[in-house]
Design a protein around this ligand. Structure first.
Ligand code: NAD
Length: 238
C-alpha cells in the first residue's frame, strides 16, 4: 500500500467539472494537486496553492502520477500525449471525442493505465446493466433514449446517451436518440422501451456534478500501480 499522496494534474480546471475536482481534491489528504491546466492563459499563476498553466504551456507541468481530464475534444490529444510521454495514468471524462481520438486512446492503453468514461456516476453504471437486461428481454420493442442537459453543453447526443445506446444494442434493441438543452440541468437520461399497450421507463437524474468528480478522483486513486491497459469504472470500484 502506497501512503504517499497521489500527484494529480487537473486538465480543464476552470470548467464546471474542473472546479468541482479542485474543490474535492483539496479536501482529500490522499491526493496532491500538483498543477491545473486551463484552455486560455490563466489570470493568476497560482490559485489556492495550485500552479496553473495554459494548455500550450502544459509541457512545463511538474511530475504527476495521474492526469484527470474534463475538457473539450480539442484539448484531448495533447493531454493524452503528455501522459504517454510521462508514463502517467490518464482519467478522462471528456465527451464528444472522435473515432480517431478513440483509436488513440486504445493505442495508448498499451503504454499507460487509463480510464475513459462518458459518465463516472455509480448510478449510471447500474443503469447500463439494467438497459442491457431490458433490451435482451424486449428486443422487438421500440427503444428511445432522451437526454437533457444545461444549455452550455456542446455535444449531442450526450456521451452517456451513446454509452447507454451501446448497452441497448448489445441486448438486441435499436435505440433512437433525442436531446434537450434547457436551463441548468446537470444531466438526465431516460431509456424508454415501448411495446403495444405498455411501456418501461428507466431514468437516471444527476442533481449535482460532484458525483462525476468523486467517481473520477476514485478512479485516479485506483489507477495507481496498475499495469498499462484500458479500465472501466466498474473495474475500479473496489
Ligand atoms: P466547461 O465548458 O465548463 O469546461 C471546459 C474546460 O476545458 C475549461 O477549463 C476550459 O478552459 C478547458 N479547455 C477548453 N479547451 C481546451 C483546450 N484546447 N485545452 C485544454 N483545456 C481546454 O465544461 P464542463 O461542464 O466542465 O465539462 C467538461 C467535459 O466533461 C465535457 O466534455 C463534458 O461533456 C464532460 N463531462 C463528463 C462527465 C462524466 O462523468 N464523464 C460529467 C460531466 C461532464
Amino acid at each position: 500500500m502506497n501512503n504517499t499522496p497521489l500527484r494529480v494534474l487537473i486538465h480543464g480546471a476552470s470548467g464546471r467539472m474542473g472546479k468541482a475536482l479542485l474543490r474535492l481534491a483539496a479536501e482529500d489528504e490522499s491526493l496532491q494537486v500538483v498543477g491545473a491546466v486551463v484552455g486560455r492563459p490563466p489570470s493568476q499563476r497560482v490559485i489556492d496553492g495550485v500552479p496553473h498553466f495554459a494548455a500550450r504551456e502544459m509541457g512545463g507541468a511538474p511530475a504527476f502520477d495521474v492526469a484527470i481530464d474534463f475538457s473539450l475534444p480539442e484539448g484531448f490529444d495533447p493531454i493524452l500525449a503528455l501522459c504517454v510521454a510521462r508514463g502517467a495514468g490518464f482519467v478522462s471524462g471528456t465527451t464528444g471525442i472522435s473515432p480517431a481520438q478513440r483509436e488513440a486512446l486504445a493505442a495508448s492503453a498499451g503504454k499507460i493505465p487509463l480510464v475513459w468514461a462518458s459518465n463516472f456516476s455509480l448510478g449510471v453504471a447500474v443503469l447500463d446493466e439494467l438497459v442491457e437486461r431490458a433490451a435482451q428481454a424486449l428486443a422487438a420493442w421500440d427503444c428511445d433514449i432522451v437526454e437533457s442537459h444545461h444549455t452550455q453543453k456542446k455535444d449531442a447526443p450526450s456521451g452517456t446517451a451513446l454509452t447507454l445506446g451501446a448497452a441497448a444494442q448489445r441486448g438486441g434493441a435499436q435505440p433512437h436518440y433525442a436531446s434537450l438543452r434547457a436551463g441548468d440541468i446537470v444531466g438526465e437520461h431516460l431509456v424508454q422501451f415501448t411495446g403495444l399497450g405498455e411501456r418501461i421507463e428507466l431514468v437516471h437524474r444527476a442533481t449535482n456534478r460532484d458525483i462525476f468528480a468523486r467517481g473520477a478522483l476514485h478512479a485516479a486513486r485506483r489507477l495507481r500501480g496498475k499495469a498499462p491497459g484500458s479500465y472501466r469504472v466498474r473495474d475500479l470500484l473496489d
